[in-house]
Ligand binder design. Structure first.
Ligand code: MRU
Length: 354
């Protein structure tokens, strides 16, 4: 299963707002359509919005290629795309990779054919790398389990949240195929129900046994010893190991600690914000009140009620047992583990570890 496909002139996004009822692709032929799909969560999940934004950048560059102020306009498009969702760092990471191609472009400022080709190549690179990286994460993650066990996950960090395969669900897929996971408990994940609509659907497609619970059942499931570990994805991990992820993740981490259950985070290096020291500084997206006051098209709260609707929360690194990356497992002390990760990533980028 893939969350998106690129066909040279069009980005086809699996419209996740219609799942699980309808499998329908939205065809985006300009960057504005992609930006809207990101805002509306038709495409969602940190790595998926990064890849989608990279293709949006290509579409935007093509649209303005003949204009005199091409470079200034392209910077405007980059800024617009970055603002669509502020918490997931993968979005800025992908846009910065695209901007680096523009900055390094040695060719003629008049004929931009080669630049457009280079941009498309980079977007395809980001897209293809995501799937490869997820497979590497999942092998490291599967090594954490040694006997059949039940895990709890929150939100959706699966194929839908990435280009393909998934991070937390990628680990679950790999561990399940090795006989190390026998059941997944999926939190429904209010208010937008990514767990009920997406995780439950994805796992069912793969015939992985999944039990859906409402978010407020997680503590009781742990108390009853029905799960032995928790694994989630991430939208941004700061240099000290704090983890931003879907709202409700922090509560699950606190519950896991109380019940002595390991709490694992699976994320690619593109989710690390090496320049931000602490989770305190992560911008947390707040979304419309209607996501809370309206359920399945029906208003469930009084008119004009005050609502607080943060889309993400931050779990302090002290609650995290290990972070699973494509370079291996990170454990506390996270500041030094993450600075070593940065050195490895930079080395890879410079060809040292190729
Ligand atoms: O608001 P969403 O659905 O984009 O939130 C997604 C999550 O919080 C995921 O857990 C996270 O992006 C990791 S996806 C591999």
């Amino acid at each position: 299963m893939r969350s998106m496909e690129w066909d040279n002139s069009c980005l086809k996004l699996l419209n996740q707002t219609l799942l699980p009822g309808k499998v329908e692709y939205r065809e985006c032929r300009d960057y504005r359509a992609v930006a809207e799909a990101i805002r509306r969560l038709e495409v969602r999940g940190a790595p998926a919005i990064g890849a989608a934004a990279a293709f949006a950048f290509v579409l935007g560059a093509r649209e303005i290629v003949t204009e005199n102020d091409f470079f200034a306009k392209l910077a405007g498009i980059a800024a617009e795309l970055k603002q669509t969702r502020p918490t997931a760092i993968n979005l800025s990471w992908a846009i910065e990779k695209m901007r680096a191609v523009v900055n390094a472009y040695p060719g003629s400022k008049e004929d931009k054919t080669e630049l457009l080709t280079a941009l498309e190549t980079e977007a395809i690179n980001i897209y293809q790398q995501d799937e490869n990286v997820n497979h590497r994460i999942s092998q490291y993650g599967a090594s954490l389990f040694d006997k059949p066990t039940a895990v709890l996950t929150h939100c959706n960090a699966g194929a839908l949240a990435t280009v393909a395969w998934g991070t937390a669900l990628g680990v679950i897929r790999a561990a399940w195929s090795q006989g190390k996971i026998d059941r997944v408990y999926a939190d429904e994940t209010r208010p937008l129900l990514q767990g009920a609509r997406l995780t439950a659907w994805e796992l069912q497609q793969d015939n992985i046994p999944v039990t859906l619970i409402t978010d407020n059942m997680a503590g009781w499931i742990m108390k009853k010893k029905l799960v032995q570990s928790v694994i989630v994805g991430a939208d941004r991990i700061t240099a000290n190991g704090d983890v931003a992820n879907k709202i409700g993740t922090y509560s699950v981490a606190v519950l896991a600690k109380q019940h002595n259950i390991p709490f694992y985070v699976a994320a690619p290096v593109s989710t690390f914000d090496f320049a931000m020291y602490s989770g305190e500084d992560i911008p947390i997206e707040e979304r419309q009140a209607e996501e809370v006051t309206v359920f399945a098209g029906h208003r469930i709260a009084p008119e004009s009620i005050d609502v607080f609707n943060p889309a993400f929360d931050v779990t302090p690194s002290s609650f995290v047992t290990a972070i699973i990356t494509e370079f291996g497992l990170l454990r506390s002390p996270y500041s030094s583990a993450i600075s070593k990760l940065k050195i490895m990533k930079d080395g890879m980028h410079n060809g040292i570890n190729d």
